[in-house]
Design a protein around this ligand. Structure first.
Ligand SMILES: *[C@@H]1O[C@H](CO)[C@@H](O)[C@H](O)[C@H]1NC(C)=O
Ligand SMILES: *[C@@H]1O[C@H](CO)[C@@H](O)[C@H](O)[C@H]1NC(C)=O
Ligand SMILES: *[C@@H]1O[C@H](CO)[C@@H](O)[C@H](O)[C@H]1NC(C)=O
Length: 325
Protein backbone atom coordinates (compact mmCIF):
# COMPACT_ATOMS: atom_id res chain seq x y z
CA UNK A 1 0.00 0.00 0.00
CA UNK A 2 1.28 3.37 -1.02
CA UNK A 3 2.00 5.29 2.15
CA UNK A 4 5.34 6.99 1.68
CA UNK A 5 7.82 7.13 4.54
CA UNK A 6 7.48 10.92 4.65
CA UNK A 7 3.70 10.69 4.94
CA UNK A 8 3.92 8.16 7.75
CA UNK A 9 6.44 10.27 9.64
CA UNK A 10 4.22 13.28 8.99
CA UNK A 11 1.28 11.53 10.66
CA UNK A 12 3.52 10.50 13.56
CA UNK A 13 4.60 14.12 13.89
CA UNK A 14 0.99 15.26 13.93
CA UNK A 15 -0.03 12.76 16.61
CA UNK A 16 3.04 13.73 18.63
CA UNK A 17 2.25 17.41 18.24
CA UNK A 18 -1.07 16.72 19.94
CA UNK A 19 0.54 14.64 22.69
CA UNK A 20 3.47 16.95 23.37
CA UNK A 21 2.46 20.47 22.32
CA UNK A 22 5.47 22.72 21.82
CA UNK A 23 5.53 26.49 21.44
CA UNK A 24 5.82 27.56 17.80
CA UNK A 25 8.71 29.96 18.48
CA UNK A 26 12.34 29.50 17.45
CA UNK A 27 12.61 26.47 19.78
CA UNK A 28 12.58 22.80 18.80
CA UNK A 29 9.78 21.42 16.63
CA UNK A 30 9.04 18.30 14.62
CA UNK A 31 9.49 20.08 11.28
CA UNK A 32 12.49 22.16 12.30
CA UNK A 33 14.69 21.06 9.37
CA UNK A 34 11.98 20.63 6.72
CA UNK A 35 13.04 23.74 4.83
CA UNK A 36 16.72 24.06 5.76
CA UNK A 37 17.54 20.39 5.24
CA UNK A 38 14.76 18.52 3.42
CA UNK A 39 16.96 15.48 2.65
CA UNK A 40 17.99 14.97 6.30
CA UNK A 41 15.81 11.95 7.05
CA UNK A 42 16.79 10.18 3.84
CA UNK A 43 20.50 10.76 4.49
CA UNK A 44 20.23 9.43 8.03
CA UNK A 45 18.15 6.49 6.89
CA UNK A 46 20.59 5.47 4.15
CA UNK A 47 23.66 5.78 6.40
CA UNK A 48 22.09 3.76 9.22
CA UNK A 49 20.90 1.01 6.87
CA UNK A 50 24.36 0.77 5.34
CA UNK A 51 25.99 0.56 8.79
CA UNK A 52 23.53 -2.11 10.00
CA UNK A 53 24.31 -4.23 6.96
CA UNK A 54 27.94 -4.31 8.12
CA UNK A 55 27.21 -4.73 11.84
CA UNK A 56 23.72 -5.24 13.26
CA UNK A 57 25.16 -4.50 16.72
CA UNK A 58 25.24 -0.80 15.80
CA UNK A 59 21.50 -0.70 16.56
CA UNK A 60 22.01 -1.68 20.20
CA UNK A 61 24.95 0.72 20.29
CA UNK A 62 22.79 3.66 19.18
CA UNK A 63 20.03 2.83 21.67
CA UNK A 64 22.54 2.75 24.50
CA UNK A 65 24.19 5.99 23.37
CA UNK A 66 20.87 7.81 23.28
CA UNK A 67 19.80 6.52 26.69
CA UNK A 68 23.15 7.31 28.31
CA UNK A 69 23.23 10.75 26.69
CA UNK A 70 19.63 11.80 27.39
CA UNK A 71 19.16 10.42 30.92
CA UNK A 72 21.70 12.51 32.88
CA UNK A 73 20.75 16.05 31.72
CA UNK A 74 18.56 15.72 28.62
CA UNK A 75 19.52 15.01 25.00
CA UNK A 76 22.53 17.16 24.04
CA UNK A 77 25.22 14.78 22.69
CA UNK A 78 27.30 15.56 25.79
CA UNK A 79 28.17 11.85 25.85
CA UNK A 80 30.24 12.31 22.69
CA UNK A 81 32.16 15.48 23.46
CA UNK A 82 35.72 15.52 24.81
CA UNK A 83 35.92 17.56 27.99
CA UNK A 84 38.95 19.45 29.13
CA UNK A 85 39.94 16.73 31.62
CA UNK A 86 37.63 13.81 30.92
CA UNK A 87 34.76 12.58 28.78
CA UNK A 88 31.53 10.93 29.91
CA UNK A 89 32.77 7.70 28.37
CA UNK A 90 35.68 7.71 30.86
CA UNK A 91 33.27 6.68 33.66
CA UNK A 92 32.23 3.12 34.51
CA UNK A 93 28.51 3.85 33.89
CA UNK A 94 29.38 4.28 30.22
CA UNK A 95 31.67 1.30 29.90
CA UNK A 96 31.11 -0.57 26.65
CA UNK A 97 29.55 2.34 24.72
CA UNK A 98 30.36 1.32 21.16
CA UNK A 99 32.97 3.51 19.44
CA UNK A 100 31.65 2.41 16.02
CA UNK A 101 28.15 3.66 16.83
CA UNK A 102 29.56 6.98 18.08
CA UNK A 103 31.65 7.26 14.92
CA UNK A 104 28.56 6.66 12.78
CA UNK A 105 26.87 9.73 14.29
CA UNK A 106 29.85 11.89 13.33
CA UNK A 107 30.03 10.33 9.85
CA UNK A 108 26.39 11.27 9.28
CA UNK A 109 27.07 14.78 10.64
CA UNK A 110 29.86 15.23 8.08
CA UNK A 111 27.56 14.12 5.25
CA UNK A 112 24.67 16.32 6.35
CA UNK A 113 26.83 19.38 7.06
CA UNK A 114 28.66 19.14 3.75
CA UNK A 115 28.15 22.47 1.92
CA UNK A 116 26.66 20.52 -1.01
CA UNK A 117 24.07 19.02 1.34
CA UNK A 118 22.70 21.20 4.17
CA UNK A 119 25.71 23.00 5.65
CA UNK A 120 26.10 23.35 9.43
CA UNK A 121 22.37 23.44 10.18
CA UNK A 122 21.80 20.15 12.04
CA UNK A 123 23.21 19.30 15.49
CA UNK A 124 24.87 16.06 16.55
CA UNK A 125 22.00 15.68 19.03
CA UNK A 126 19.37 15.70 16.27
CA UNK A 127 21.42 13.22 14.26
CA UNK A 128 21.81 10.92 17.28
CA UNK A 129 18.07 10.92 17.92
CA UNK A 130 17.14 10.42 14.25
CA UNK A 131 19.75 7.69 13.71
CA UNK A 132 18.47 5.80 16.76
CA UNK A 133 14.92 5.97 15.43
CA UNK A 134 16.06 4.66 12.04
CA UNK A 135 17.84 1.78 13.79
CA UNK A 136 14.66 0.92 15.69
CA UNK A 137 12.51 1.17 12.53
CA UNK A 138 14.95 -1.16 10.79
CA UNK A 139 13.37 -3.95 12.88
CA UNK A 140 9.84 -2.99 11.73
CA UNK A 141 9.08 -1.24 14.98
CA UNK A 142 6.80 1.74 14.18
CA UNK A 143 8.39 5.19 14.17
CA UNK A 144 7.86 7.75 16.91
CA UNK A 145 8.09 11.51 17.28
CA UNK A 146 11.49 13.16 17.73
CA UNK A 147 11.72 16.91 18.38
CA UNK A 148 14.34 18.57 16.17
CA UNK A 149 16.38 21.72 16.49
CA UNK A 150 18.07 20.60 19.74
CA UNK A 151 21.51 22.04 20.53
CA UNK A 152 24.76 20.28 21.40
CA UNK A 153 26.35 20.87 24.79
CA UNK A 154 29.68 22.68 25.08
CA UNK A 155 31.05 20.17 27.59
CA UNK A 156 30.32 16.80 29.22
CA UNK A 157 27.49 16.56 31.76
CA UNK A 158 28.13 17.07 35.48
CA UNK A 159 29.61 14.01 37.11
CA UNK A 160 26.78 13.93 39.67
CA UNK A 161 24.25 13.59 36.82
CA UNK A 162 26.22 10.79 35.16
CA UNK A 163 26.22 8.85 38.45
CA UNK A 164 22.41 8.97 38.40
CA UNK A 165 22.31 6.59 35.41
CA UNK A 166 20.62 3.36 36.52
CA UNK A 167 23.15 0.53 36.85
CA UNK A 168 22.61 -3.19 36.15
CA UNK A 169 22.51 -4.15 39.85
CA UNK A 170 19.59 -2.00 41.13
CA UNK A 171 16.57 -3.43 42.91
CA UNK A 172 13.09 -2.92 41.42
CA UNK A 173 12.28 -0.14 43.87
CA UNK A 174 15.57 1.66 43.16
CA UNK A 175 15.12 1.23 39.41
CA UNK A 176 11.60 2.68 39.45
CA UNK A 177 12.65 5.50 41.74
CA UNK A 178 15.67 6.38 39.58
CA UNK A 179 13.60 6.51 36.38
CA UNK A 180 10.87 8.50 38.13
CA UNK A 181 13.37 11.34 38.67
CA UNK A 182 13.24 11.81 34.88
CA UNK A 183 9.47 11.44 34.54
CA UNK A 184 9.47 7.78 33.47
CA UNK A 185 6.68 5.56 34.83
CA UNK A 186 6.52 1.79 35.37
CA UNK A 187 5.55 1.01 31.76
CA UNK A 188 8.51 3.08 30.52
CA UNK A 189 10.94 1.23 32.77
CA UNK A 190 9.76 -2.22 31.69
CA UNK A 191 9.55 -1.37 27.99
CA UNK A 192 12.94 0.38 27.84
CA UNK A 193 14.51 -2.68 29.48
CA UNK A 194 13.08 -4.46 26.42
CA UNK A 195 15.87 -2.84 24.38
CA UNK A 196 17.93 -5.68 25.86
CA UNK A 197 16.30 -7.84 23.17
CA UNK A 198 19.30 -6.84 21.02
CA UNK A 199 21.71 -5.95 23.85
CA UNK A 200 25.01 -7.42 25.04
CA UNK A 201 26.79 -7.09 28.36
CA UNK A 202 30.35 -7.69 29.49
CA UNK A 203 30.70 -10.32 32.22
CA UNK A 204 31.36 -7.66 34.87
CA UNK A 205 27.77 -6.46 34.39
CA UNK A 206 26.34 -9.62 36.01
CA UNK A 207 29.12 -11.09 38.15
CA UNK A 208 26.86 -10.53 41.17
CA UNK A 209 24.96 -13.62 39.93
CA UNK A 210 27.85 -16.05 39.84
CA UNK A 211 27.16 -17.48 43.33
CA UNK A 212 23.61 -18.48 42.34
CA UNK A 213 22.99 -22.18 42.00
CA UNK A 214 20.44 -22.20 39.16
CA UNK A 215 21.60 -24.02 36.06
CA UNK A 216 21.19 -20.84 34.00
CA UNK A 217 23.44 -18.80 36.33
CA UNK A 218 25.98 -21.64 36.32
CA UNK A 219 26.08 -21.56 32.53
CA UNK A 220 26.54 -17.78 32.54
CA UNK A 221 29.47 -18.18 34.92
CA UNK A 222 30.99 -21.06 32.96
CA UNK A 223 30.86 -19.07 29.72
CA UNK A 224 32.49 -16.07 31.40
CA UNK A 225 35.24 -18.07 33.04
CA UNK A 226 36.18 -19.61 29.69
CA UNK A 227 36.32 -16.12 28.13
CA UNK A 228 36.47 -13.11 30.45
CA UNK A 229 36.07 -10.69 27.52
CA UNK A 230 32.91 -12.40 26.41
CA UNK A 231 29.97 -10.22 25.41
CA UNK A 232 26.91 -12.02 26.73
CA UNK A 233 23.65 -11.75 24.75
CA UNK A 234 20.95 -10.32 26.99
CA UNK A 235 18.29 -12.05 24.88
CA UNK A 236 19.63 -15.60 24.89
CA UNK A 237 17.20 -16.98 22.29
CA UNK A 238 16.97 -14.37 19.47
CA UNK A 239 19.86 -11.93 20.19
CA UNK A 240 19.85 -10.19 16.77
CA UNK A 241 16.11 -9.81 16.45
CA UNK A 242 14.12 -6.97 17.98
CA UNK A 243 11.16 -8.90 19.38
CA UNK A 244 9.47 -9.73 22.69
CA UNK A 245 11.58 -12.86 23.34
CA UNK A 246 13.43 -10.94 26.06
CA UNK A 247 10.22 -11.03 28.13
CA UNK A 248 9.60 -14.72 27.42
CA UNK A 249 13.15 -15.44 28.57
CA UNK A 250 12.64 -13.47 31.77
CA UNK A 251 9.53 -15.48 32.60
CA UNK A 252 11.44 -18.70 31.80
CA UNK A 253 14.19 -17.82 34.32
CA UNK A 254 16.66 -16.76 31.62
CA UNK A 255 17.20 -13.12 32.51
CA UNK A 256 20.86 -12.08 32.55
CA UNK A 257 21.20 -8.84 34.53
CA UNK A 258 20.04 -8.41 38.11
CA UNK A 259 18.02 -5.40 36.97
CA UNK A 260 16.26 -7.65 34.42
CA UNK A 261 15.31 -10.17 37.10
CA UNK A 262 14.06 -7.40 39.36
CA UNK A 263 11.26 -6.70 36.89
CA UNK A 264 9.67 -9.95 38.08
CA UNK A 265 9.97 -9.14 41.79
CA UNK A 266 7.47 -6.27 41.88
CA UNK A 267 3.89 -7.15 40.91
CA UNK A 268 3.37 -3.97 38.86
CA UNK A 269 6.51 -4.45 36.76
CA UNK A 270 5.71 -8.15 36.46
CA UNK A 271 2.26 -7.29 35.12
CA UNK A 272 3.91 -5.31 32.31
CA UNK A 273 6.41 -8.10 31.61
CA UNK A 274 3.47 -10.47 31.14
CA UNK A 275 1.66 -8.04 28.81
CA UNK A 276 4.68 -7.49 26.60
CA UNK A 277 5.41 -11.24 26.51
CA UNK A 278 1.84 -11.90 25.36
CA UNK A 279 1.48 -9.05 22.91
CA UNK A 280 4.44 -7.93 20.79
CA UNK A 281 2.33 -5.18 19.20
CA UNK A 282 1.76 -3.67 22.63
CA UNK A 283 5.51 -3.88 23.32
CA UNK A 284 6.32 -2.07 20.05
CA UNK A 285 3.70 0.65 20.57
CA UNK A 286 4.80 1.37 24.15
CA UNK A 287 8.46 1.25 23.07
CA UNK A 288 7.85 4.11 20.62
CA UNK A 289 5.97 6.12 23.24
CA UNK A 290 8.79 5.76 25.76
CA UNK A 291 11.55 6.47 23.22
CA UNK A 292 9.70 9.63 22.24
CA UNK A 293 9.53 10.59 25.91
CA UNK A 294 13.30 10.12 26.10
CA UNK A 295 13.86 12.28 23.02
CA UNK A 296 11.78 14.97 24.74
CA UNK A 297 13.97 15.11 27.87
CA UNK A 298 15.09 18.70 27.48
CA UNK A 299 18.64 19.84 28.13
CA UNK A 300 18.06 23.27 29.59
CA UNK A 301 21.82 23.80 29.66
CA UNK A 302 22.30 23.16 25.91
CA UNK A 303 19.11 25.03 25.03
CA UNK A 304 20.56 28.11 26.70
CA UNK A 305 24.28 27.86 25.94
CA UNK A 306 24.53 25.11 23.33
CA UNK A 307 25.70 25.17 19.72
CA UNK A 308 25.64 23.12 16.54
CA UNK A 309 29.00 21.33 16.59
CA UNK A 310 30.17 21.97 13.06
CA UNK A 311 33.66 20.38 12.90
CA UNK A 312 33.23 17.17 14.86
CA UNK A 313 30.65 15.64 17.19
CA UNK A 314 33.58 14.89 19.52
CA UNK A 315 34.74 18.51 19.97
CA UNK A 316 33.02 21.77 20.82
CA UNK A 317 33.63 24.34 18.06
CA UNK A 318 35.75 26.54 20.31
CA UNK A 319 38.00 23.71 21.45
CA UNK A 320 38.38 22.42 17.90
CA UNK A 321 39.42 25.86 16.68
CA UNK A 322 41.91 26.48 19.50
CA UNK A 323 43.34 22.94 19.19
CA UNK A 324 43.88 23.31 15.44
CA UNK A 325 45.11 26.94 15.59
C1 LIG B 1 27.30 -20.38 26.63
O1 LIG B 1 28.12 -20.67 25.52
C2 LIG B 1 27.61 -21.68 24.65
C3 LIG B 1 28.67 -21.94 23.59
O2 LIG B 1 29.05 -20.73 22.95
C4 LIG B 1 26.29 -21.23 24.05
O3 LIG B 1 25.75 -22.23 23.23
C5 LIG B 1 25.31 -20.94 25.21
O4 LIG B 1 24.12 -20.40 24.68
C6 LIG B 1 25.93 -19.93 26.17
N1 LIG B 1 25.04 -19.77 27.30
C7 LIG B 1 24.40 -18.63 27.55
C8 LIG B 1 23.55 -18.62 28.77
O5 LIG B 1 24.50 -17.63 26.85
C1 LIG C 1 6.02 -2.05 43.04
O1 LIG C 1 6.22 -0.79 42.47
C2 LIG C 1 5.14 0.11 42.63
C3 LIG C 1 5.39 1.34 41.78
O2 LIG C 1 6.60 1.96 42.17
C4 LIG C 1 4.99 0.40 44.11
O3 LIG C 1 3.91 1.30 44.31
C5 LIG C 1 4.74 -0.91 44.85
O4 LIG C 1 4.69 -0.67 46.24
C6 LIG C 1 5.80 -1.94 44.55
N1 LIG C 1 5.40 -3.22 45.09
C7 LIG C 1 6.24 -4.02 45.75
C8 LIG C 1 5.67 -5.32 46.22
O5 LIG C 1 7.41 -3.72 45.93
C1 LIG D 1 31.20 26.82 13.29
O1 LIG D 1 30.53 27.53 14.32
C2 LIG D 1 31.29 28.57 14.87
C3 LIG D 1 30.49 29.17 16.00
O2 LIG D 1 30.29 28.22 17.01
C4 LIG D 1 31.64 29.60 13.82
O3 LIG D 1 32.46 30.61 14.36
C5 LIG D 1 32.37 28.91 12.68
O4 LIG D 1 32.58 29.82 11.63
C6 LIG D 1 31.55 27.73 12.14
N1 LIG D 1 32.34 27.01 11.14
C7 LIG D 1 31.78 26.54 10.05
C8 LIG D 1 32.71 25.80 9.14
O5 LIG D 1 30.62 26.70 9.78
Amino acid sequence: MGWSRAAILGVIGLVAALMFPMPKAAGPSYDFHDESCPTLRQMVHDSVEEALKEDIGIAAGLLRIMFHDCFPQGCDASLLVHGRYWSETSWPQNKGIRPTAMALIDTIRAKVQNPDACGPTVSCTDIMNLATREAVMHFNVPGYAVPLGLKDSLAPADLARIWELPGPDLSAAELLQRFATRGFDVADVVVLSGAHTIGRSSCSGFQDRFQESTSFARRLRANCSSDANRLQDLDVTTPDKFDNEYYHNLLAGKGVLTSDLQLLRNHTTRWWVNNFAQDQGWFFAQFGTSMSKMAHLPSSEAAQYGEIRNYSCFWSNQRWLTASA
